[in-house]
Ligand binder design. Structure first.
Ligand SMILES: NC(=O)c1ccc[n+]([C@@H]2O[C@H](COP(=O)([O-])OP(=O)(O)OC[C@H]3O[C@@H](n4cnc5c(N)ncnc54)[C@H](OP(=O)(O)O)[C@@H]3O)[C@@H](O)[C@H]2O)c1
Length: 360
């Protein structure tokens, strides 16, 4: 998967003379795709002295990354809210990155949502995620950013992928239709990193997380993911004294969940790997059925009514689990048990409700 030829063949040395070649032959060298490829130095690993631009720092993943970087003593963490830099717009992104000159960029900004949002707004999901990826990756390349980590998602893999899903099943058969637009934008981001890396030697690589949950999640009643959606529904059912909560399908499909602080830890771990694969799965290997998950959340919330299943509604894919052996070979594994993580997520939800800052 990883094209290491650029290291083995002294590609970095070649790049260091390339700008001179370009400037002196600017009009003649039309075959070369970019006029100012920066002279990338040999691969670097994340050090506390490096400046790190965390995009999407107000989101669930971005805020977990900021917490993890602060905890490890990162001296310069750069952030920008959407009102400061709209990442779907090329010029503001280029201006920001060329001014701030971060050593490392982490692409945790994205338009994110559950099945409903993905199938209702495919145009926005594809356009915004393509633009965010293209603008950040290209601007980072132009500014000579030393390392970039792009976050994708397990939905990049085919609908009929083998289970657990290994990295190399990418693009082997059709995608799941309901999130095809989002998945294609994420695949484009991953491939863009891979091509800037193989063509220019930029250390741009990707992580593909499974379903995430944790503090700062989005609790929108329709557009959220399964865990925050169920937390909200059970909480509201308990508050209103409802007799039951009905969930879609038979409850038998199996899913994997990862606490967002574990994801942040995996990202920092990957940024410390000298020559990481182009993309690596990040999962917990903790699989539960939707029925078991719902019962667990019901218990965490303390809802005493009945849990019902509407079996006339579709179930979706029977099983979705990432193969995490590649990441495991770099010495990382998830630490947070699902029950512990759900307790913390519900505590965070109640705190957000009390402070009237719940995201939806
Ligand atoms: N959540 C999951 O279960 C999950 C699973 C697998 C992979 N991932 C990946 O993890 C990454 C982060 O997801 P998340 O769950 O943290 O999402 P999130 O909570 O919705 O956060 C996304 C962040 O991106 C920012 N953003 C979106 N569009 C922007 C724009 N045009 N300009 C500037 N900022 C923009 C948002 O800013 P505002 O605060 O202004 O809205 C928000 O802070 C995504 O790449 C996603 O694909 C997530």
């Amino acid at each position: 998967m990883t094209g290491e030829w650029w290291q083995e063949n002294g590609f970095c040395n070649y790049l260091s003379i390339l700008p001179v070649f370009h400037f002196s032959n600017a009009t003649k060298v039309s075959l070369l795709p970019h006029p100012f490829p920066p002279p990338y130095s040999p691969p670097m690993t994340l050090q506390p002295s490096h400046s790190v631009f965390v995009t999407g720092h107000r989101g669930m993943v971005g805020s977990a990354l900021v917490r993890a970087l602060e905890k490890r003593g990162q001296r310069q963490i750069i952030t920008a809210s959407r009102s400061e830099v709209d990442l779907t717009r090329q010029q503001p992104v280029e201006d920001f990155i060329s001014t701030k000159k971060p050593d490392v960029v982490i692409v945790a900004a994205a338009k994110v949502g559950g099945i409903h949002a993905n199938s209702a707004y495919p145009a926005e999901f594809m356009y915004e995620n393509l633009m965010i990826a293209a603008n950040l990756i290209h601007a980072a390349h132009r500014a000579g950013v030393k390392r970039l980590l792009f976050l994708g998602s397990s939905c990049i893999y085919p609908r009929e992928a083998p289970q657990p899903m290994p990295e190399d099943c990418l693009l082997t058969s059709p995608l799941e239709k309901t999130n095809e637009a989002y998945a294609l934008a994420k695949i484009a981001g991953l491939k863009l990193c891979q091509h800037y890396r193989s063509q220019y030697g930029a250390l741009f690589h990707s992580a593909m997380p499974t379903n995430l949950y944790g503090p700062g999640d989005n609790y929108h009643p329709e557009n959220s993911h399964v865990i925050p959606g169920l937390i909200r529904r059970f909480h509201e059912a308990k508050a209103s004294g409802a007799s039951d909560v009905t969930i879609w399908g038979t409850g038998t499909p199996k899913r994997e969940f990862l606490h967002v602080d574990d994801l942040a830890s995996a990202c920092l771990h990957l940024l410390a790997v000298e020559n990481p694969p182009d993309w690596v799965n990040v999962g917990s290997s903790q699989e539960v059925t939707i029925g078991e998950l719902a019962a667990l959340i019901q218990e965490v919330v303390g809802f005493r009514g009945a849990l019902r299943f509407d079996t006339t509604k579709p179930d979706g894919t029977p099983r979705k689990l990432l193969d995490v052996s590649l990441l495991g070979s770099f010495g990382w594994k998830a630490r947070t048990p699902l029950r512990t993580g759900l307790d913390a997520a519900y505590a965070d939800f109640k705190k957000a409700i009390e402070a009237a800052v719940v995201r939806d």
